[in-house]
Structure formats: structure tokens, C-alpha cells
Design a protein around this ligand. Sequence first.
Ligand code: NAD
Length: 408
Amino acid sequence: MPNSKTVEVHLDGATIISHIVRSIIGLQQEFVALNLLRNTTFYPILNTRMIMMEIFPQLGKYNHQQVVFCNDNSSGLKAVIAIHDTTLGPALGGVRMWPYASEEEALEDVLRLSRGMTYKASVSGCNLGGGKSVIIGDPKTQKTDTLLRAMGRFIHSLGGKYICGQDIGTNSHDMAIIKQETPFVSCVHEKAGGPGDPSFATAWGVKAGTQAILKAVYGSDSLTDRRIAIQGVGNVGYFVAKYCHEEGAKITASDISEEALKRASDEFRAEIVDQDDIYSVDCDVFSPCAFGAVVNDETIPKFKCKGIAGSANNVLAEDRHGVALQKRGILYGPDYLVNSGGLIHCQEEVLGEVVKERVLEKVSRIYDQTLQVFKKAEEGGISTAEASDRIAEERIKSISEIKRIWAE
Ligand code: NAD
């Protein structure tokens, strides 16, 4: 048995190297190290071993329920569907299509995003679980009807445990194509019988979160003569500007699109500032509606706002930035609560019918929910981001506890 002995020696070597790599640079960087070792004799053994070892610890870290890897050679589909938690209902979350640099990056993204959806659904009172999916590829060049329909078939094979929607790299037309293969899809375009883009509902929630901040800071939630600085006046930012302007607010806007800026200036008399100047605008509420991680070590010292509420996901670059805002006396409306209007819109679609007035009424609850988060944060001496997490976790825990009652 000389060969088996050789194998055993190699595996032990791999384990040692794996532990060394892990202890030096941490889990997420292991795959980078793996690439550096690509041309060494260790690579084949180390690679197999690491992949087998890394997936379950990653799923276990935040207790993900199920992860489905989807492959279809004919359409070129390579996708991952992650279901984080279904205590509150079927997992709902968008299909993101992105040219990820590696499969590991795609997996990391889908795990992070699906967990975020669990918290968003819970804190906003939706009866939905957290899920997300990613398609590895460039939406500009690789998105085809066949690929989307293949994705639809994989979603259908989960029997309704996961319901998809639009996200970065996909849109309501794509959802209409997926609908040809499965009913477990939301955000379907109007022409295919769906309610279309939920951005107006997301913006309504951002306005509700903005008013909660005003109420907490000034004792009045009136928008009259308040200044709102909006970063990104695209789909959501445009409606945030519109709704706030309609109630008397003054708008400052930044964008990289001249067209978007012109529209905001023409329709809402928005004051336009350069991209980097939006952080230091003397305003009541800063509203990030373009991209995440805009609250960071560089921007926090620049802020002159009283509070932050926008549609962008993962606004805090790191958790500690929530505490940094608290120390500076800036009230942060947690992103996944304030931007949950789109999810509420999707829930209505899943329940059967989207009636705009009913959606807006439900989304308006974000005002009270945000105030509740502020109260919990104050009482507990914690950041509003942490308070929001706790409320979301408490709701999931309380619902999971009643499930011990047999009721088949
Ligand atoms: P969008 O692409 O329509 O709008 C984003 C805008 O930001 C665009 O006008 C773009 O030109 C601008 N922008 C890009 N880089 C910028 C920069 N450096 N400075 C200023 N502006 C910049 O996207 P959207 O649908 O309005 O979504 C905005 C954000 O909200 C995204 O992060 C999205 O993930 C999040 N979100 C959207 C929804 C929804 O219902 N659409 C729901 C939840 C969260």
C-alpha cells in the first residue's frame, strides 16, 4: 500500500499548510493564497482540500440553510442560489448578474446578500425569508433569454422556497423571461402582467425614514424647508427628491449622469454639487441612493447632516462606522429598514395583486419602525444599526419558537 501512504502524507501536509495560511491571513483571503500557490506542487491537493473544507464553515458561520449551485452548459449558466432563513416565509431576493472575478467571490456575495434579506424582511414586518441568487457573467454581453430561462427552471425546482426579483444586472424585462419557466418571480414587467419597477415604493420608504429622523431630531417630521442631500438621482433617488420636494423640502443632488442631474434641477430646483462635495453639504438628512460603503473613515469627518437615510445597501463600510456616527450625534436610519419599500412591493406581488395605494400605506410603516429602532438604540446605549439587527433577530426567534407547536 505505498500509494495510500503517500496520499496520507500529502493530505497531512495540506492540512498543515491550510492551517498556516488560515491563521496568517484569515478565511476570506485563503483563496488568494491558493492562487499564489497555483504553480506549486501543493496546489492540486490543497485546492481540493480547501474547497471541501471551506464551504460548510462559510454556510455555518451565519447558519445558511441551503445553497444551490446551478450549471447548464448549453446556455452557459453558472449561478448560485442561497437561502439563508425561511422561518418567516419563502426566501425572497433579487437575481444579481455580475462578472465576478472568481467563484469564491460570487459565493461570498450571495451568502452576504441573502443574510441581509433575512434581516430586511424581518425588521420591516414582511412574512418572507432571506434569499438571493447570483449569476456569474457580464450582463452586457452574456445575458440571453436561454440563460435566464435556465435560471428560471432552477428556481422552479426549489418549489417556491426561493422567489426571485430584479437586482444589479437584471431588470423587470428579465423577470418576465424567467416567469416563462416559474411563477416564483417578482418585479415582472408591466407588459408581462407584473407591476414593474418597485423604485417608487423604495423611495417612499426612504422618505418615511427621513421623516423619522426629522421627528427624532427636531420633534417635528415636517419636510418644509428642510434640506435633503441626495447622492444619486437615478430610479430611487429621483422619487426621493420628488416626494420630499412635494412636501416643501429643498434638494441638493450629486450624480455622475448629466441627464439625471438636469432632470432633478428642472423638476425640483435641485442645487447641484460635485460628486465628492455631497458629503459635506450643510443639510438635515444625507440620502445615499447610489452605492454602498459611503459612510467610512474618510466621509464621517466631512458630514454636516443631522441624520442619514437612503436606498443604497450596506451604507456603512464597516459595523464600527455605525458607532462612529452615534458618537458624532448623527442619527443613522438603518439601510435595510429604510430601503425595504421595494421588498414590501414584492411581497404584495407575491400575495397576488399590487395596489399602489395599499403598497404606499404599508411602506409608510417604516416611519414608526425607524422610530422604534431609535428608541431601542437609545435605551440600550447601542448604535441604531445594532438595534435594528436585534429587532430583526428577536422577531425571527419569536416566530421560530411557536413552530414547536404541532399544527399539521
Ligand atoms: P440607479 O442605477 O437607477 O441609480 C443610481 C444613480 O446613482 C444613477 O443615476 C447613477 O448615475 C448614480 N451614481 C453612480 N455613481 C455615482 C457617484 N459616484 N456619485 C453620485 N451618483 C452616482 O439605481 P437605483 O435603482 O436607483 O438604486 C439605487 C441604490 O439603491 C442601489 O444601491 C440599489 O442597490 C439600492 N436599492 C434599490 C432598490 C430599488 O427599488 N430600485 C431597492 C433597494 C435598494
